[in-house]
Design a binder for this molecule. Structure first.
Ligand SMILES: [Mg+2]
Length: 127
């Protein structure tokens, strides 16, 4: 079954490069521009009965940051969907906040496509 990934990042350049990499590897990708938009997308998947295999999110974003977004997703029925963080943020205290909020993994930008795909494969369960 096709695996659906939600990718949340406020940078259009990062969105297109990450989406390209994931789509090239056979994943279906929905993009969101910040945490608020990401949460609305999650709600719309629920309303449509759509599946979600993985969320990848940035941390520093306007309207709603990645830590808040992760905490909010954990309040929805998609709470068991693994969440990978892809960020420039390497501060130990922020990484701890992400882990406490429920992130499954942490990747630093700039990313190498093979590292991203390796991390994605590790957390996306085969169906
Ligand atoms: Mg950002």
């Amino acid at each position: 079954m096709e695996k659906h990934i939600l990718f949340v990042d406020d940078s259009p350049t990062i969105r297109s490069s990450v989406s390209f990499c994931l789509r090239n590897a056979g994943y279906r990708v929905t993009e969101a521009v910040d945490g608020k938009d990401g949460l609305e997308k999650v709600q719309s998947f629920k309303d449509k009965g759509d599946t979600l295999s993985l969320i990848i999110t940035d941390i520093n974003m306007p309207q709603m940051d990645g830590i808040t977004f992760i905490s909010e997703v954990k309040e929805t029925e998609f709470k068991f969907v693994p969440i990978l963080v892809l960020t420039t943020e390497a501060e130990e205290s922020v990484i701890k906040k992400g882990r406490d909020a429920g992130a499954s993994g942490w990747l630093l930008k700039p990313f190498q496509p093979e590292d991203l795909l390796w991390a994605v494969k590790k957390v996306v369960w085969p169906k």
